[in-house]
Design a protein around this ligand. Structure first.
Ligand code: ADP
Ligand code: ZN
Length: 714
């Protein structure tokens, strides 16, 4: 079965290897068993049932909650040459009858249905007569009443177990928490299912969270490095969605607004444009998201703070589904914290519910103020342990300074106390810095003992301090009044001098992070631009001809590989990841023509090799494979290995961090090097024993490690 699956993977889907647990999952359901698949967005869930659907002789029924999603998937499958259909209310009577006829003639491999449609008695009766081999339940977390996507219709899917006892079922979701998982198993009767839980890390996303300073300028700086990229910008309110979209358009940056208050046509139009055009930015409230299958969203930016880490993870997760580098970028400030706390306390619901929400917000704030690796913190919240700092977030690559804020915090707390616990940050800062203005004089606060005791810090630093105190709940916000600050219960130990406080030093505009740090998402180099645009233009034309979104023709990752590999004929083209037999036949020649017309980019200029080595070390430590690193750094695999070997022999990187070699193989290679005495033999002299199974680069790395260990003499 495995060979057959691999063959289909290549010939139909155009991929060389399975990702993560795909092979095991496919094996499980092809042998007639149930499976529950928990995989992050972009992990490759669809393949887990689409490939079996192609392999199995009969029909696969896919339950999916959104019509837009279904249509996208059907279009993608048709492009691959797999016959698929979706039955939904947007079809005419005739179209529906046509699909029913094709189903009876066994001409369809995958049928997509909304849950409410599936469980209609007439539909169930119809399906009983078809040779169904598999049920796939997508977005299975919709069955959970605790989640935010609860769909009552999903509850009825449990009956499939009784109605079709012999048909295996696979449920898939990108929501991993334990409670949801248990609810899925129970409500969908999946007690017999094997659970496949993947890591929820999204290694291609670069996380950055910066204190809000001048958000529009910060946003423009961020976007300036991402011209032509598609992205989503999340704002809290409809008003700020509209003003931000307008502001960007005014600056010549193509941006569209999206929120629940727009009329239906405009909303649908904007969404459609975002999916179908390249390089558009959607400025949106959280109403925009579910069902956005666009794989090449290059960044998600937050101008306002999400309410929880769950929301942050889900929203940022819409970036980089294609596995190519993408950015999650956020600015946040004191005002956000105040606003959210206010909204929370004014929200409906009982005290218990509010307390839960409060904790969620605190976890979000803790991530913002985190001084260690963001990815470690984020995953830890979801009970996943990332042993090493990731090397691919702002905290890992910038120097994060901390300072002892104990004394300053106590001054701030006293100022709040002495002024009667009713003033906001601006006024408190005036008092602390000893600014004798009208308001201070009117209240007589220039006579307080705290007046002017905080001159050692500047305004910027005081704001940062107050923000961190609120974020840590050492200060409460008077949410009924005008946002005045009050002492909270938890600040007592600090006031009494029993605890100390380590704070994050904000980067001021002068001490800004190095530019290169945030350029993680630049896909193509300047000299590759022309060819890249030519490939995208062709893709857009083909997409229009076929009435599908461009990424259904080919994802960005496939275009990028064409650009880098420069296939010369159809055979070469067939080797590109994502080019299956059908697409090769349909589009191969057209893309070859474009590749031949535009002059190939010149060889890459060599950046400072020390910088390259540094980047490599961080990526390798973050657990990326040499292949992934070569994609990320846009340099050849050979170069990656050579840089790795240099880093290893220089003691900058351990062999274990660099490569994931089976122990036995590693032992064999080491033995080969250590045979004989004197100098280590060259790679060339032992390569024959190991190639082609082992990349030559691997041998260089092992040799470098031995060299580092024994100083060159064995
Ligand atoms: P999910 O539904 O889990 O968010 P998708 O099924 O949309 O993820 O897959 C994400 C991307 O990864 C798609 O572009 C898909 O074609 C691609 N993909 C899936 N499996 C593989 C594989 N084995 N090799 C290469 N690309 C893959
Ligand atoms: Zn990190």
């Amino acid at each position: 079965m495995h060979n057959q699956a691999l063959q289909t993977l290549k010939s139909v889907f155009g991929y060389d290897a399975f990702r993560g647990q795909q092979a095991a999952i496919i094996e499980r359901i092809c042998t007639g068993n149930d499976a529950l698949v928990l995989m992050p967005t972009g992990g490759g869930k669809s393949l887990c049932y689409q490939l079996p659907a192609v392999l199995l002789d009969g029909l696969t029924v896919v339950v999916s909650p959104l019509i837009a999603l279904m249509q996208d998937q059907v279009a993608s499958l048709e492009e691959l040459g797999v016959s698929a259909a979706a039955l939904n209310s947007s079809l005419s009577h005739d179209e529906q009858r046509d699909i029913a006829d094709r189903l009876r003639r066994n001409e369809i491999k995958l049928l997509y249905l909304a849950p409410e449609r599936l469980v209609q008695p007439r539909m169930l009766a119809f399906l009983q007569h078809l040779p169904i081999r598999l049920f796939a339940i997508d977005e299975a977390h919709c069955v959970s009443q605790w989640g935010h996507d609860f769909r009552p219709e999903y509850l009825q899917l449990g009956q499939l177990a009784e109605l079709f006892p012999k048909v295996p079922r696979i449920a898939l979701t990108a929501t991993a928490d334990k409670r949801t998982r248990e609810e899925i198993i129970q409500r969908l009767h999946l007690q017999q299912a094997e659970c496949f839980l993947s890591s929820f890390d999204r290694p291609n996303i670069f996380y950055r969270i910066t204190p809000k300073d001048n958000p529009r300028k910060q946003l423009l700086d961020f976007l300036a490095q991402r011209k032509g990229d598609a992205g989503i910008i999340y704002c809290l309110s409809r008003k700020s969605v509209e003003s931000t979209a307008e502001f960007l358009s005014g600056k010549g940056i193509p941006a569209l607004p999206y929120h629940a208050g727009l009329d239906n046509t405009m909303r649908a139009d904007n969404q459609k444009r975002f999916l179908n055009e390249e390089g558009l930015i959607m400025v949106a409230t959280i109403a925009f998201g579910m069902g956005i299958d666009k794989s090449n969203v290059r960044f998600v930016a937050h101008l306002d703070l999400p309410k929880s880490l769950e929301a942050y993870y889900q929203e940022t997760g819409r970036a980089g589904r294609d596995g190519l580098p993408a950015d999650a970028w956020m600015v946040y400030g004191l005002q956000d914290v105040l606003l959210l706390k206010q909204m929370l306390s004014n929200s409906e619901g009982d005290e218990r519910h509010k307390r839960v929400e409060q904790h969620k917000l605190e976890a979000m704030l803790a991530l913002c103020e985190e001084t260690r690796c963001r990815r470690q913190a984020l995953l830890a919240y979801f009970d996943e342990d990332l042993p090493q700092p990731c090397g691919h977030c702002d905290n890992c690559i910038d120097t994060i300074e901390t300072w002892d804020g104990t004394d300053a915090a106590r001054q701030a707390l006293s100022a709040i106390h002495r002024t009667g616990q009713r003033y906001g940050v601006g006024y408190l800062t005036d008092v602390l810095m000893g600014r004798e203005n009208d308001r201070v004089r009117a209240l007589g606060h220039q006579h307080l003992s705290v007046f002017g005791i905080g001159k050692a810090l500047n305004e910027h630093q005081w704001r940062s301090l107050f923000r961190q105190l609120v974020a840590r709940s050492l200060i409460d916000v008077d949410v009924e009044g005008f946002g005045g600050l009050r002492l909270s219960e938890t600040c007592r130990p600090l006031l009494r001098g029993e605890t100390t406080l380590l704070l994050r030093r904000d980067l001021t505009p002068q001490t800004k992070a190095p530019r290169s740090a945030s350029q993680a998402s630049q896909l193509v180099r300047a000299d590759e631009r022309e060819m890249w645009e030519a490939l995208r233009t062709l893709r857009r034309q083909l997409a229009e001809e076929h009435s599908v979104p461009p990424y259904v023709i080919f994802p960005d990752s496939t275009l990028l590989e064409m650009l880098r590999e420069q296939p010369e004929d159809l055979d070469d083209m067939g080797e590109i990841s994502g080019v299956g037999a059908r697409k090769l036949e349909r589009y191969g020649a057209a893309f070859l023509r474009v590749l031949n017309q535009v002059e190939a980019p010149a060889a890459k200029p060599t950046p400072n090799s020390q910088d390259l080595r540094h980047e490599l070390v961080t990526l390798a430590r973050s657990g990326m494979t040499p292949e992934q690193i070569s994609q990320q750094m846009q340099c050849s695999l050979k170069n990656v290995y050579s840089l790795m070997a240099q880093a290893i022999s220089g003691g900058l990187l351990s062999l274990e961090d660099a490569l994931d070699l089976p122990e036995e193989l590693l032992g064999n290679i080491q033995d080969a090097f250590l045979e004989g005495d004197g100098e280590l033999p060259s790679v060339a002299s032992i390569a024959e024993q190991f190639t082609p199974q082992v990349e030559e680069g691997v041998l260089y790395c092992v040799r470098a490690a031995l060299q580092a260990e024994f100083g060159g003499i064995a």
